[in-house]
Write a protein that binds this ligand. Structure first.
Ligand code: BES
Ligand code: MN
Ligand code: ZN
Length: 504
């Protein structure tokens, strides 16, 4: 798909469909009035009919009269005062999804109604709308089915209509948005693929081919080397499966190299290709969803590739511990005491609290490789999904200044996080072990969400943020702006965070 920015008026643009964003009560003065007039009064008639009231992301397809476009697609964006960056991405995605199964090759979006309201104006809207269309075109039905043609249309051209704006500048931003969207979609496909398809080895192969394609350094550590290095926690989870574990390490820039902010940033993603719970086996209800438990890893792998595309050479380390958590004759047993890469003895009281184990060794390894700032991202707890649902991810971290930096990246990305406290007193429960330094699961699981983060904190010594995406990583139901399955969430946040340190 090509993205083209034109400074023409929306009624002059030739396209299969022209998308018109509607915020609040449609204001039928100015350019929208002119558009309405040339459409033969369609917009006004629909407004009077009550069609333009309702929920955000509702779409109405109608005829275009004398307009250059062949059809109009009106997309509701809610009250103008509530418009944020996430909403722009999702409106564009909803528009593209609404056209599923339709022969649309050229899609135009009129940016002005959004640019007039959103902070950052047309620049911001060009990038976010372009990203939204790409994300909206994502269709997981094609992963395992052939000849499926009812998905969102494969566009030849996306035309961003921005009268009076600098088309060249907006074009660059729109391209940035397209690449961001493609990165999120890559993370989604890796994540959506099932566990019989994507084992730790296959995930490592995928990372390898991305590294070759985008000129990233890569190292893949198998079980023998991992054991030799002392990655006891990583191996404790990985050893239970016939599919051997892989510690995937990718890097842009040189070893230990500092970015423009003086950081050697590491992003570390949980890669549990399937989480049965291990010996502490899960109930069968929804266990199938646990193929999504590798989403953190898929996100950091895709983010590394996106950073390499947008600002090659920007220092960034991505570490993705990939395992299958399975019961079997070689599995770790509850009560096993295992030595972590950082030397601590962990009493594994519950083999289903496996994400924190592999993250602990991966974070230690990232520090050994020179990381000065660490962000881990994981589908870590069911508790975060119960607390915050599927639209807001949980965040923990220290010091606050680094949490703020990650939140600022999240704001630019249009992604939502809510910070939760590292309640010091609860750490006592995590020390309540027979003979180890720390347990991975406290018998008193009250505050289990906080305790999961407190566990990880024991394995970092540098500025660190933990993002729990167990709620946001995938949708259980299809919505106007996304199909069920992986959402690609947090990919943009990680890319923005890394690019904050890019040299101009
Ligand atoms: N992968 C799960 C968390 C999860 C649950 C992700 C539901 C997405 C949806 C994680 O490994 C896990 O099993 N967590 C346990 C932790 C408990 C044993 C402390 C949980 O959330 O119940
Ligand atoms: Mn688990
Ligand atoms: Zn898990």
């Amino acid at each position: 798909m090509q993205v083209r920015v034109v400074s023409d008026q929306p009624w002059d643009v030739k396209a299969d469909v022209l998308v018109v964003p509607i915020l609040g009560e449609p204001d039928l003065t100015g350019a929208l009035a002119e558009l309405d007039r040339r459409s033969g009064g369609e917009v006004r008639a629909l407004a009077e009919f009550g069609e333009l009231k309702g929920k955000r992301f509702k779409t109405t397809l109608t005829s275009a009269g004398e307009l250059g476009a062949r059809r109009l697609l009106l997309v509701l964006g809610g009250e103008p005062s509530n418009l944020d960056r996430e909403a722009v991405v999702r409106m564009a995605a909803a528009a593209e999804r609404r056209l599923a199964g339709r022969p649309v090759k050229r899609l135009a979006i009129w940016l002005a109604p959004l640019a007039a309201v959103l902070e950052g104006g047309a620049d911001a809207v060009a990038e976010l709308a372009s990203r939204g269309v790409v994300e909206g075109s994502y269709d997981p039905s094609t992963i395992y089915r052939e000849g499926y043609e009812d998905g969102p249309p494969a566009l030849d051209e996306l035309i961003l209509v921005a009268p009076g704006e600098d088309a060249a500048r907006l074009g660059k931003l729109a391209d940035r948005g397209r690449i961001m969207g493609e990165g999120a979609n890559l993370a989604r496909t890796l994540s959506n693929r099932s566990a019989n398809d994507v084992s730790p080895e296959v995930l490592a192969e995928e990372a390898w081919s991305l590294a070759e394609k985008h000129d990233l350094w890569i190292d893949v550590i198998g079980p023998d080397k991992a054991a030799e290095l002392g990655m006891g926690l990583f191996m404790a989870v990985g050893r239970g499966s016939a599919n051997p574990p892989r510690m995937i390490v990718m890097r842009s820039g040189r070893a230990g190299e500092r970015d423009a902010l003086g950081r050697h940033l590491a992003i570390v993603g949980k890669g549990v290709c399937f989480d049965s719970g291990g010996i502490s086996i899960k109930p069968s209800d929804r266990m199938d969803e646990m193929k999504m438990d590798k989403t953190g890893a898929c996100t950091v792998i895709a983010a590394a590739a996106t950073v390499a595309r947008l600002a090659p050479g920007t220092p960034l380390l991505a570490v993705a511990p990939a395992v299958e958590n399975m019961p079997g004759p070689h599995s770790t047993r509850p009560g096993d005491v295992v030595k972590a890469l950082n030397g601590k003895r962990v009493d594994i009281t519950n083999t289903d609290a496996e994400g924190r184990l592999i993250l602990a060794d991966a974070l230690t390894y990232a520090e050994q490789l020179g990381a000065t700032h660490l962000v881990d991202i994981a589908t870590l707890t069911g508790a975060v999904a119960r607390a915050l649902g599927d639209l807001v991810a949980g965040a923990f971290g220290t010091p606050q200044s680094f949490v703020d930096e990650v939140f600022e990246a999240g704001r630019r990305a249009g992604e939502r996080y809510w910070q939760l406290p590292l309640v010091e007193e609860y750490a006592d429960d995590m020390r309540d072990s027979w003979y180890g330094d720390i347990v991975n699961f406290s018998r008193n699981n009250d505050g289990g969400l906080v305790k999961s983060a407190l566990f990880i904190r024991d394995f970092v010594t540098k500025p660190w943020v933990h993002l729990d995406i167990a709620g946001t990583a995938y949708f259980r139901k299809t919505s106007a702006f996304a199909p069920r399955g992986a959402t690609g969430v947090s990919h943009a946040t990680l890319v923005e965070l890394a690019l904050a340190g890019a040299r101009a």
